[in-house]
Design a protein around this ligand. Sequence first.
Ligand SMILES: Cc1ncc(COP(=O)(O)O)c(C=O)c1O
Length: 438
Amino acid sequence: MSNSGIKLWEKAKTLIPGGNQLLSKRSEMFLPGGWPSYYKKAKGCEIWDLDGNHYFDFCMMGVAACILGYGDDDVDGAVKEAIANGGMSSLNSYEEVELAQRLVDLHDWADMARFARTGGEACAIAVRIARAASGRDKVAFCGYHGWHDWYLSSNLSSETNLDKQLLTGLEPLGVPQALEGTSLPFYYNDIDTLKEIVAQNKDQIGVIIMEPQRGVPPENNFLKDVREIADRIGAVLIFDEVSSGLRMNMGGIHLLHNVKPDMAVFGKALGNGYPIAAVIGTRSVMDAAQGTFISSTMWTERIGFVAALATIKKMEDCNIPEKLIYLGEKIQKGWKKTAAENSIKINVQGVPAFPSFYYDYPENTELQTFFNQEMLERGYLASGSCPTTFAYTDDIVDTYFSNVSEVFAEIKKCIDNGDIKEKLKWPVRHNTFKRLTG
Ligand SMILES: Cc1ncc(COP(=O)(O)O)c(C=O)c1O
């Protein structure tokens, strides 16, 4: 049991509002009061906590950033060489130009690129450029795009606007009231919701930003219809590929759906965990970035570019998307089979390279907490979401399922006895954003 990590997390919450910098890494999102919280070492798909306890990571793999595995030798080797030659200087990193070329080459519709460090930041840059290019303020969006004012402002007109996107209960506290009505939600595979806001905001929408696919695939020509609407109203179409990109294929997942945006945003997998994010786009749209001030010191630092180039190279050399899909399909089939063997109802979702499941019971959150608790005792950081990594092997996945099978058998008993709450050693996990302390 990781006492040091649990104690440190309690201290962190008194020093850092919210405990850390990312909701998805809060211990409360997994096992409030029982999660190891901090790591000393991570390699491949293995993690060692502050007390030296060892775990296999079947929960997040660096919040879906580490497609090649933790501490990948090739990426780290390139980064160490860059550091040896100076990670920062008064001149630019030449690798920046090389990375722009690589991303443009992977996407035949794109001509130019800008870079940042995080996904949300890159989405904010893309929206700024798109507003500048279209000359209009209003943004129609679908999906999650980060923490910035432009996005959270959607909840100024209704506190539930963002609920059906990814996270519920996001209060727009601190977001200027003046932004009310500037960001308007529409819903995936429901083209009428986009048509409706377009009709209600005639000639005002200049930007449409969406995830081309997160879980379910596009149906009934959804992406093509969005493209057509963007063209008809003269809006810039941005595909947010922060989570979906460089996982199922080389580049954005939109390439598999054969619909071209005007801009696309990448993050997460791009640097295998090193901070780098990219905005790519057509020359006519990206050119607007020359007229609007978008500039930051640390966007020029060398490691991000080098890590991204090394990650893309390894993805191509080792055919990584094919491996991620193979492993993800194995995991999806494994969850279904193990649940059926134990007569429990689960719903398996997600693209193969980013699979997830939930329990088809009203006590889903309690059951998830119990799963996390029991898997932790067996040496797994586990949850219902499991972005795949090249560091998994058949053996590692098979052994994971021997453990899942034991835990699903326990879950079946809890469901039959109706005593799941009594089986939890810690409070139920959180599944959305909320205050952590008084
Ligand atoms: C689709 C999408 N866009 C933007 C973001 C924000 O990225 P970041 O957490 O790097 O700011 C995320 C993060 O999960 C995401 O999934």
